[in-house]
Design a protein around this ligand. Sequence first.
Ligand SMILES: [Zn+2]
Length: 318
Amino acid sequence: MALVETVRGAVDNTTLGTTLMHEHVFVLNEEVRTNYPAGWDEDDRVDDAITKLNALAARGCQTILDPTVLGLGRDIHRISRVADGTELNIIVATGLYTYNDIPHYFRYRLPHPGRLDPMAELFVADLTTGIAGTAIRAAFLKCAIDEPGLTPGVERVLRAVAQAHRETGAPVTVHTHPHSGTGRDVLRVLREEQADLTKVVLGHSGDSTDLDYLSELADAGCILGMDRFGLDLITRFEDRVATVAALCARGYADRMVLSHDASCYIDWFPPEAVPVFAPRWHFEHLFDDVLPALRERSVTDDQIEAMLVRNPRRYFEG
Ligand SMILES: [Zn+2]
């Protein structure tokens, strides 16, 4: 057993239960929101999030990991209000989300040889002391690499995340863009940084149907995030399901986790657009549609338990 920090405090990792490894409570541009607050009601949004997470808990989910970090509008006070209204465990992250450049704040706070990157020092403080003056600690690290690839900004964040991982042992989740093979770039850098690859989720791997690419990453020890169920515009539902089933048949059930990358509220799209372009992009799609479809394709209950319970538990094992 190991202790895992949640928003309400540390819990034993054996009690995490069914865990969705990549869901957001809120994804916001806080600078836009605070300057153009029309349409945002804080209490309504918190209540709405609690309702949606309680509905998820009623389906048997006990824990979500929320990889909302700088660049996605992390606000630990708002998350804390939500956590107080639900039985669900919410595990929060530290890190930085960019596909290109780093914020100017970090540009002139440079890494010095032999010392942690100042960015990594902030990540370590979130993991060991608490976020934004609270006692709420992050329990994992998050960064991103997308179509532009390993830009200088993306590489600096990835290396800072690896440093904080080495310093604290906290596991890592990386947003990847499998269609341009960026999982391989992540592997190369994390190997150079001597990261423990068994503690790394390569997020959005499930956007790919390339079994050779996915097997290669899993063989390196990484966990494949089959974590965008409901985003059928990127990859069709049938293809997502068939890929997970094929990897289970190849013996990779212990290297995959399942999730939606959905949000209680995301400001990237006009709210009325989401149900139109992604009608099944919500927290219950897995229980309504994905698990039955996997079972139809001969995925066993034991394999589902590996992906939803045992692999998340192992992610947080010392
Ligand atoms: Zn995400």
